[in-house]
Design a protein around this ligand. Sequence first.
Ligand code: FUC
Length: 348
Amino acid sequence: MAEPIKAEIFGSLPGGDVVEAFDLKGPAGLSARVITLGGIVTHLRAPDRRGDAADVVLGFNNLAGYLAPHPYFGAIAGRVAGRISQGRFQLDGREYSLACNDPPNHLHGGDRGFDKRLWNSEPLDRADGAASLRLSRLSADGEEGYPGNLRVSVIYTVTAANELVIETEATTDRPTPVNLTHHSYFNLAGEGSCSVESHQLQVFAGSYAPADAASGLTGRREPVTDNDLRTPKRLGDVIPNLRGRHGDLYFIDRAAPAGLVDVARLVDPASGRAMTVRSTETCVQFYTGVGLDGTLVGKSGRKYGPFAGLCLECEGFPDGVNRPELGNIVLRPGEVSRHTTVYAFSTL
Ligand code: FUC
């Protein structure tokens, strides 16, 4: 039987609440550190082809870093991850308006989304001995303008196959849009070491959701063009051709409506680290990290500039409450929303 994972104190919030940290270690070399603020993965260490581990996610060493403004490093984004156009939606005849915290749109749940909340923690005792942590919280009716008391949980597990598995679950007492994602910035060469332009990325998607200059979703679904990543491409060659060098929201190719499918594969040829992303979700937001401007200093004391890390955010169609034809994200009482996303590490 594996040792149960233990809480350490990561820091205290200004109001006095304690933020805990948990280390999830796998027997094959992958290890994750998760904190109860925002469900943030602060560290994720993965071996390279020689067996040397590096921390492959951007982040900070201390709580102060996470309490200051930062672009959702490692967090769980919600209640609705991604952008709701103009911060407005109608549901069952009622009009709702949300914070337009990424003008003119609502982004990642608003001014104080799930990434800035303290979650309850419960280490899980799994039959296979894998290190596993359940985080949960009640997002009260009216929080950030959303209707309904939403009970939400996220289970992080590090497996013997060097996978970080993220399982989400949500229930509500009133109809509400729900769209959760995990927002790590990956750099398979090790955080702070170089730009991800040297990485190769493959995304298993033949169509995407065009966005306007402010990244608002236009409500269309179109075949991929310059952003076609169905065959692996070096990011340094691709990024200049992307809208605002930002990356797009892709509709994941899937033969059946449900089940885990391959979403993306990221490779760092130099270290030999590879990451395969699988998910039950319908979409993935590839974000290049273009907005990193060198003002944030990360764990190793180095500045995070443009493309210091990239995100592969598996999620539903963020504006699905306004455009159900592209993917409905409304959860109703009596239903359970369940999703799984897997970040699987290997070497070549
Ligand atoms: C991703 C991007 C957004 C934003 C945020 C910090 O979700 O899609 O544009 O920059 O991260």
